[in-house]
Every structure is written in C-alpha cells, then in structure tokens.
Design a protein around this ligand. Structure first.
Ligand code: PGA
Ligand code: ZN
Length: 425
C-alpha cells in the first residue's frame, strides 16, 4: 500500500530544474525516480509543465512538484503499488487532459516510475526482473552517439545524432568496449584536425564540421581506426530529427542556403544510405510529414530501420496507424513522451505487435536515474538509446546495463542483429 508520495526539485544534466518523486510503501520501502526532459520534443508529447516567470529562464517546476505533493499524493495514498496500471489510470483521470497539461507529464512520469521502483524494492527484485517475470528477455543492442548535432549543438550540423550500433558484438559489454574505442578514435581524429571543441548535450563531440557528410566521413574513419569494418559488425545510426528544421514539407538546412522539399530531403538521405553503412534512421522527415515517412519507408524499409520519435511520441494509437500506413518500421520509446509507465508499455507492445523495432530511449536532459535501463531489459525492447559515451547521466545507464547483464550470468542473451526490423544482408 502506498503510504506517501513526495516530490522535490532536483537538477538535470543541462543544469535545469526537474521533478524527483519518492513513493513510500507501508512507511518503510521507498522507490525514487526523476523526470527527464527533451530539447527536440515532438508536438504530440505529454506536456512538460514549467512555471514560466523569472526564475531559471522560466523552466522552474514548482507547480509540477506542488501537483505531486498535493492532488497526486492525495489520490495515490492508500492504493496498491502492485497494480501500476491502476495507479497510472488514477493519475490520468485526475489530470483529465489529453496531453497531461494540468498536472504535468513530468509530475506523472516521475511518480509512475517511482511507484514501479517502490514495488520492485518491496518484492526484493530488480525492476527488470519484476517486469520480465518468467519470460526470457534479451539484453538490448545499444545505439551510442559519437557526434551530437541539431538542437543539441546549436544547429552546428543538421543531423542531431551520429551514432554507432555494434550488432556483431557478442554481448552488451563487448558492444561498449567497441564503442569506447570508436569514441576515442573519433576524438583523436578531431584533435588532429584541430576540431576538438568539447561535447554536445548528450556527450557526443561538438560537430565542428562543414557538412553532414564530413561528420559521416569522420565517423567511418573512426570506426576503421578502432579496427572495425564499417557495415560489418559495426553500423551507423542517424537521428535526423527533421522536425527541428522542417515543417509543411519545406526543410531549411543549416549549412547551406538551400531549402529542400520532402522529395529532395529523401533523395539526400537516400544518397547517404548508398554511400555509408547506415542501418537505422530516426525521424528522416518532420513529424507532420506522414507522406514523407511513408515514401521513405517504402523506398528503404527493407534494408534500414526507420524510427518514429517526434512522429510517434510513444503513443500506441499512432504506432498502430504507422503500421497500417507503412510509414515507419520502428518506434522510439520514451516514458516522458507518454507520461506514465503503463502508456509507455502500451506503445512498446503496439510496436512489437506490428513487427517494429522498439528502442527504449533517454532524453537530452537526463539525470542519474537508471529506470529506463530496466524497462529496456524487462520489456525485452531489443534496443537502448541513451546518448553518447561520456557524461555520467549517460554512463549511469550504460553501467546499469552492464550490472544487469552480469547479474543474468549465463542466461544473458545479447539482442544484436535480432533487434533490428530488417534482415542482416
Ligand atoms: P530530445 O532528443 O530528448 O532532445 O528530444 C532525443 C531524440 O530526439 O531522440
Ligand atoms: Zn529523436
């Protein structure tokens, strides 16, 4: 039984206020979780409630915390934390809006994850094990950022994430070993070129490049310098996050004065797919460009993972629609886009039902909270995206996954290629 719900203000990886919640069961077991925050958010996401006003650029979360300590606590105290769907449903009903704008998606998601954490402590299980039950679950394939661009690096290049995936690795631990060498090699190449200038919001190197293609070329060189064959055991993954530079079918690139229409953007991305070993592309066109998603998926969906993030916003109904329209073949799963753990799970299940790739993901504003590592394993998502290979809000998640893999021992199965929604060629 929930005996207490307490919200407090803590700080995220960008130095912005965020919501931490502790849920107490039977006056002694405590579960804790912290809400993350995006920068390149989809317009269909649960609302991240901010106070506006003078303090901290208007980003304070006093109202969201007041909602946790007031109405949310009043509603949840006395409920059974073992029934998370009921807890989440009670918060959804209390909020009463379609976008969780009254109580705040940040208030709800931190409370929902804290209730899950509390339940796991109460039964003495790690969260992943509580969620998995007796099912066999895989350790996910990580997507790890090497360069950060787009809204996370002042639009220095258009593409937001230049990432690597190591599906040829034998384990999660080995995938991290390989990525560590690639990340190091990329830093070395940038230093040699006089282009090493710190890191972007998710810890990838700040992209001092003249073009998106120069970033791709450098990434290929880094993979080779680390001793791997690009496109063999190591593949490239991009998050174009096109909603950040396009709407209504017009795309304004940062690095030249050209404006592209949807067809031209798809042709440009298609030329990259030919020239570089790219196995996954997220948000290739803007969230409002369903026809563009459909055209891109029709052309490349047999050989490439095509992920909807801003496009699908962790919403089960949108995932089902995308499956019907063939406008993606994978879905990014971010708990704070949905607002509760239960709705997040529903979106993941809708993706699995459709044969989609499912990728549990962090946000660009993160904290030491590692709940999502447990969701990725316990729900058998197959893939896990947390940003780069530096900054402890990122490393906390990778390190937690190492612990989970070790704890599984000989039962641990690394998802590798099996996580991707197309066949290895
Ligand atoms: P965000 O970026 O957290 O700033 O939205 C992550 C992503 O686009 O995948
Ligand atoms: Zn994205």
């Amino acid at each position: 039984t929930i005996t207490g719900v307490h919200g407090r203000r803590v700080w995220d990886s960008r130095g912005r206020p965020t919501v931490e919640v502790e849920v107490t069961l039977c006056e002694r077991v405590v579960g804790r979780a912290i809400a993350p925050a995006g920068a390149s958010t989809g317009s269909g996401e649960a609302v991240d409630l901010r106070d506006a006003g003078e303090a901290f650029g208007g980003l304070d979360v006093r109202r969201a915390i007041g909602n946790v300590n007031g109405p949310i606590a009043q509603t949840l105290v006395g409920m059974n934390a073992g029934d998370l769907p009921a807890v989440d449903a009670a918060m959804i009903a209390l909020d009463g809006t379609p976008d969780k704008s009254r109580l705040g998606g940040n208030a709800l998601v931190a409370t929902s994850m804290a209730a899950l954490q509390a339940r796991a402590s109460a039964v003495g299980l790690p969260v992943w094990k509580l969620l998995a039950g007796s099912r066999r679950v895989r350790i996910p394939l990580p997507e790890i950022q090497i360069f950060g661009g787009g809204a996370h690096a002042e639009r220095r290049v258009d593409v937001q994430d230049f990432m690597v995936m190591c599906p040829g690795a034998a384990s999660f631990a080995e995938a991290l070993d390989w990525t560590a060498e690639i990340y190091r090699a990329a830093g070395g190449l940038m230093r040699k070129a006089g282009k090493l200038q710190g890191v972007a919001d998710e810890g990838g190197y700040w992209p001092v490049f003249a073009s998106n293609e120069e970033a791709l070329d450098t990434l290929v060189l880094a993979i080779e310098a680390a001793g791997f064959k690009p496109g063999g055991d190591v593949a490239i993954s991009l998050d174009v996050a096109a909603s950040e530079f396009g709407e209504a079918g017009v795309y304004a690139l940062a690095l030249d004065d050209r404006k592209l229409d949807t067809g031209q953007l798809i042709d440009m991305l298609g030329s990259w797919l030919l020239a570089y070993p790219i196995a996954s592309v997220e948000d290739p066109v803007a969230e409002d460009d369903t026809e563009g998603f459909r055209a891109f998926t029709e052309r490349f969906g047999q050989r490439c993972q095509i992920i909807g993030d801003d496009f699908l916003v962790t919403d089960a109904e949108r995932v089902r629609r995308a499956a019907r329209d063939c406008s993606a073949n994978a879905v990014l799963i971010k708990p704070n886009q949905a607002g509760t753990v239960t709705e997040t799970h529903a979106a993941l299940l809708a993706g699995r039902e459709a044969g989609f790739g499912t990728i549990v993901s962090a946000r660009s504003g993160e904290t030491e909270d590692t709940t999502i590592a447990h969701l990725a394993v316990g729900w058998d998502a197959g893939q896990f995206k947390v940003g780069s290979f530096s900054r402890s809000e990122r490393m906390a998640k990778w390190n937690e996954m190492l612990r989970i893999e070790e704890c599984m021992g000989r039962d641990a199965v690394f998802a590798g290629w099996s996580a991707l929604p197309f066949r290895e060629s």
